[in-house]
Design a protein around this ligand. Structure first.
Ligand code: C2E
Ligand code: CA
Ligand code: CA
Length: 470
């Protein structure tokens, strides 16, 4: 089967799937299971090359690494000068070239390797078993030679060079995402080196441990001095056009540079354990805000580290009682990382939270390991589709069908569906048509102070499409 027929067949399958899901009332348990599997495959596959994407690689890597006691070796591979080819020959040629590169790399893989396209011109290969290191080195050599042979793209002939990073896990203690991150860092080192096309990760390449400790200590001091803030971003109902809830997001005012972004300081706080104190503070602040305005439900993000601590649900109950708030106005967002390693405890905690009346939402849906099975196992109230899917919305039919099937899937499991990272009015209008329940993103409102959120709660935020407004 050629790449193109694969994509076309995939599209047809998705169209059929979407049609089946539209008839929700007719959806049997078997159909649902098939749809789950299909959507899972689609969200784990890169449509351009037919290879697993980042999420597909990570979920397969979990299995592979658990099975191979001997550890695993990850290679991240980046094409040199791809951007220039893309700019001069055009995007169509760029896509063709990536497809051809995918084929050449596949031919180098051997029996036990797993190849994926991470995005752009970045590929990854994972090897496990006793020969993993040697397999990885052989793969890089073969890939280098393969790309040095002429590739015909449109009417041009090009040859490519690559830069590669290698990271080795001797035990299964290192999570696949961490192994990938290390290989990525090594790849950047290789890219800037002149005499070699690949480099192996060592800890000195990483941001220093010392730096992370300093950031954590500064963050703790900022917390003690009451310098941290919460901002609130509205979630807008596509049926009424109005704000129905908000997400609380942490800010560290005064901290310059990348370290001031929660995307950077939260993982550091998770590493050092400070996240537990931060999490308590966030919960308290959100409760204070709920008590003050009494109408808009507020969701807090809960880190896996917090969720796993014994007595987490009890601490939420205590906060609700301490502040005397209606538990139905408090929501909790968790990512599926929480659920993977401690399934039973996580299930118990979730049940306790829901018994309290607190709603639980699955965050960043579609980016994790095996999202769909968790939807069935855990009783979520809603799911938030990661913004990576929303960004694909205007790219073409595949992205739209995938979203359609995720939304229908959520509905057939009785979940409210939120689209994250909605940045344009066109995306908002499309998502309304696809019957997504709630939208969140810059197009609807940026994270801002509680006062601004309150003001927005009186505004009509979305024009209603005819199909929704009846
Ligand atoms: P998240 O939970 O997925 O939150 C959404 C992130 O997307 C926020 O980034 C938000 O500002 C950003 N965002 C919202 N709309 C748009 C949009 O239209 N386009 C784009 N490009 N981005 C948009 P932020 O505030 O930097 O937070 C990053 C992450 O840090 C959050 O991702 C969450 O995982 C974590 N985080 C933030 N606050 C907390 C917290 O209080 N506790 C914990 N545990 N994690 C937090
Ligand atoms: Ca969130
Ligand atoms: Ca999210």
């Amino acid at each position: 089967m050629t790449l193109l027929t694969g994509i076309v067949l995939g599209n047809i399958a998705m169209a059929l799937l979407a049609a089946v899901l539209m008839w929700r009332s007719l959806l049997s348990a078997r159909d649902l299971k098939a749809a789950l599997v299909q959507t899972q495959q689609m969200s784990a596959t890169d449509p351009l090359t037919g290879l697993p994407n980042r999420s597909g690689l990570l979920s397969r890597a979990v299995e592979l690494m658990a099975a191979a006691d001997t550890g695993a070796t990850m290679v991240v591979l980046d094409l040199d000068g791809f951007k220039m080819i893309n700019d001069t020959l055009g995007h169509q040629a760029g896509d063709e070239l990536l497809g051809a590169v995918g084929e050449r790399l596949r031919a180098c893989l051997g029996e036990d390797g797993l190849l994926a396209r991470l995005g752009g011109d970045e590929f990854a290969a994972l090897f496990s078993g006793p020969e993993a290191d040697a397999d990885a080195v052989r793969f890089i050599g073969c890939a280098e030679a393969g790309l040095a042979r002429p590739l015909v793209v449109s009417d041009d002939v090009v040859t490519m060079t690559l830069s590669a990073g290698v990271a080795v896990a001797n035990t299964s203690d290192i999570a696949p995402a961490e192994l990938l991150r290390r290989a990525d860092i090594a790849m950047y080192v290789a890219k800037s080196a002149r005499h070699t096309c690949w480099a192996a990760y060592d800890t000195e390449m990483d941001e220093s441990l010392q730096l992370r400790r300093t950031i954590s200590a500064e963050l703790e001091a900022a917390l003690t001095r009451n310098e941290l803030q919460l901002v609130y971003q509205p979630l807008v109902c596509t049926r009424t056009g109005q704000v129905m809830s908000a997400e609380a997001l942490m800010r560290w005012p005064g901290k310059e540079g990348r370290a001031g972004s929660p995307g950077v300081f939260i993982p550091i706080a998770e590493e050092t354990g400070l996240i537990l104190k931060l999490g308590e503070w966030v919960l308290d602040q959100a409760c204070i805000e709920i008590k003050r305005q009494k109408t808009i439900p507020i969701a807090v993000n809960v880190s896996p580290v917090q969720f796993r601590v014994d007595g987490f649900a009890e601490s939420v109950e205590a906060a609700i009682q301490r502040h005397g708030i209606n538990p139905e106005l408090l929501r909790i967002e968790i990512t599926e990382g929480v659920l993977i390693s401690h399934t039973d405890e996580a299930q118990r905690t979730m049940r306790r939270l829901r018994d309290l009346g607190v709603q639980v939402l699955l965050d960043d849906f579609g980016t994790g390991y095996s999202s769909l099975s968790y939807l069935q196992k855990f009783e979520f109230d809603g799911l938030k589709i990661d913004r990576a899917f929303i960004q694909q919305l205007e790219d073409g039919a595949t992205g739209r069908r995938l979203l359609q099937s995720i939304i229908s899937l959520g509905h057939s499991l009785n979940l409210k569906v939120v689209a994250e990272g909605v940045e344009t009015e066109d995306q908002a209008a499309l998502l309304q048509l696809l019957r997504c329940d709630f939208l969140q993103g810059y197009a609807l409102g940026r994270p801002d102070t509680a006062e601004k959120l309150h003001a927005l709660s009186f505004a009509e935020m979305l024009p209603l499409t005819r199909s929704r407004a009846h």
